[in-house]
Write a protein that binds this ligand. Sequence first.
Ligand SMILES: Cc1cc2nc3c(=O)[nH]c(=O)nc-3n(C[C@H](O)[C@H](O)[C@H](O)COP(=O)(O)OP(=O)(O)OC[C@H]3O[C@@H](n4cnc5c(N)ncnc54)[C@H](O)[C@@H]3O)c2cc1C
Ligand SMILES: *[C@@H]1O[C@H](CO)[C@@H](O)[C@H](O)[C@H]1NC(C)=O
Ligand SMILES: *[C@@H]1O[C@H](CO)[C@@H](O)[C@H](O)[C@H]1NC(C)=O
Ligand SMILES: *[C@@H]1O[C@H](CO)[C@@H](O)[C@H](O)[C@H]1NC(C)=O
Ligand SMILES: *[C@@H]1O[C@H](CO)[C@@H](O)[C@H](O)[C@H]1NC(C)=O
Ligand SMILES: *[C@@H]1O[C@H](CO)[C@@H](O)[C@H](O)[C@H]1NC(C)=O
Length: 545
Amino acid sequence: MLNFHLVFLFAALSVAAQQTPFSTASESQWTEFHHPIKSVAVIGAGPAGLQAAAKLVEHNFTVRLFDRSPGPGGNWFYTDETPVREPYPDKPLDETPYVPKNLPATQYYKEGDDGISLEDRWKEHWQPRPVWESLHTNSPAVITELTDVPYSADKPWILSNHDIQRHVRAYASLHNLNANDYQTDSQNAPVTSYSTRVESLRKIQATHTWRLTLRKLERLPESNRIKAHWWTEDVDAVVIATGPYGSPHVPEISGLLEWSKVKDAEQHHSVYHSQSYRRPQRYENKTILIVGASVSASEIARDIAPYARHVLASIRPHENIHPFKLRSLLRFPDVTEFVPEIDHFGALAAHDKGIKDGEIHLLNGTVLHGIDEVILATGFVRSNKFFPSYTDDGQPADLHWTGHYIPDPTLAYTNVRPWTIGKYQSYAFAKVWEGTAHLPTQKQMKADYDIGKYNFRGLFASAPAEALFRQYVAWLNNESLLNGGRFVEPWPLEKREVFVYYSNVEWIKGYVGLQNFTDFEKLPSREWDSDEAAWEAMVYEDLEW
Ligand SMILES: Cc1cc2nc3c(=O)[nH]c(=O)nc-3n(C[C@H](O)[C@H](O)[C@H](O)COP(=O)(O)OP(=O)(O)OC[C@H]3O[C@@H](n4cnc5c(N)ncnc54)[C@H](O)[C@@H]3O)c2cc1C
Ligand SMILES: *[C@@H]1O[C@H](CO)[C@@H](O)[C@H](O)[C@H]1NC(C)=O
Ligand SMILES: *[C@@H]1O[C@H](CO)[C@@H](O)[C@H](O)[C@H]1NC(C)=O
Ligand SMILES: *[C@@H]1O[C@H](CO)[C@@H](O)[C@H](O)[C@H]1NC(C)=O
Ligand SMILES: *[C@@H]1O[C@H](CO)[C@@H](O)[C@H](O)[C@H]1NC(C)=O
Ligand SMILES: *[C@@H]1O[C@H](CO)[C@@H](O)[C@H](O)[C@H]1NC(C)=O
């Protein structure tokens, strides 16, 4: 890929350019695609994927939106169902799913086939969300809102997960992307396919298209079976909107493997990840140890404290805490007893009598007894198998700030804080692929690439996020001026003002002001960013929540 001239000539001679998914015209100052982009697959129907799909439909692409869950909402598709139990030890992230040899293929499963219940087969497929019944956001409504379906003015600025679920569904309905919405345009295949998991994604070099291998599960209640159907679809471009929290993270602590096998008299596991937490009532009179110090840990502690006999939280020493994290620490209920990190779990006499008699050895030498249950609020890891490369801290690598994958910009990735930035990002996907906005040459994009500069993590109310908004607005409008298309308006400044009020009341008083808002990311607590050790020491979690 060193010589773009040569690569372009190859393409011009209509020899299938073996390695290049796109070409950079020799006379061009921008990236050109091998062929016009007509069809796009969007993977994930959370706030990010729905926005991308709606925008691409509006721009007349043939769009396919896939989500493994039975309806739209992403992380906010709340149900009382709990996910299949997380594996102990942590599951390898590169595990490939079973796909029959010849596709399309259909298979039927009965209760207990391969030793798996229908219930677990269903849940393994769509993965019920790591969200509990009483969850409220730690981000105010103004920055947790999708365009076109504003919350009513009397909504509190802290939203319940049910509010958000309805909000995201309203957005999906407005854009005809809800479950069972059919498309009025008979020319096109239906846009949405729910209960459909993308099993693999690969580039077909000969045609410069992407091939998705898909699996849809259907429950057949009349015959008490599950039908699985596999097939493939080819598209010109792909948006990966699979969200930031793919897999629960289980820490490596000596003895945990043995403890993970233990059930109590009610056949309930005594040690489990926070992803399965739903309601507090069953914690009455129990002594609970929560491992971790971030959002899930503090919020679950608050939820169970009125019921539990005793709540303990095992946390690591922490310095230079990001205000976001500090909020979590401060929100642990007063009754919480903070204890040091766990060194190891002691041996157990039996696996069917709970863990109450077991010993939990802390790093400082103290031994805890009499714990009824351990909740591992130890975060999530990105487990997306589709994306070619990741940076060391789990962020997608080689992304242009617009979200396009620099080595092949027919692939794009949504920002992990998609609520407000998604509007601009989705428009950028549509404009780039329809040709009304141009990406710089690949060489230029590589030269510009700087994960720190563009902070793709895009913390929703921070200087990089605001800089990103401004960069999008300026760039999109300049491109429209040059190449056609609509103009976008900037993110409303009054929302920023509301955020400052919110921050004063709910977050850390005086930390964010109208004047110093944009310096937010330069504050001392940002040291965790440059000092991985401090970050690691903070909590047990890999990522927030
Ligand atoms: C406990 C918890 C609390 C949170 N609280 C907040 C908060 O207060 N404020 C906030 O802004 N954010 C919060 N978040 C973050 C949350 O992830 C974002 O709000 C938002 O949901 C991200 O949107 P998304 O569309 O990028 O991803 P998601 O909402 O995660 O959606 C991704 C979708 O991709 C689908 N998918 C994944 N893999 C596949 C596949 N192979 N095939 C098909 N579909 C697939 C999933 O089923 C899912 O529906 C919280 C997260 C958690 C876990
Ligand atoms: C999409 O197609 C319709 C009908 O042809 C047209 O009116 C509209 O302008 C197109 N939209 C865009 C963004 O190109
Ligand atoms: C919890 O403890 C209280 C006080 O000892 C007792 O009245 C109550 O019955 C207990 N509840 C359960 C579910 O054990
Ligand atoms: C170790 O931690 C426990 C729990 O916080 C505390 O009670 C105990 O005093 C500590 N021991 C030492 C030696 O610091
Ligand atoms: C607009 O785009 C052109 C072409 O890429 C570029 O030269 C110019 O600097 C841009 N202007 C602004 C204001 O970004
Ligand atoms: C930000 O500004 C507010 C006043 O608007 C001030 O009280 C606060 O100390 C400032 N925060 C920092 C971290 O500089």
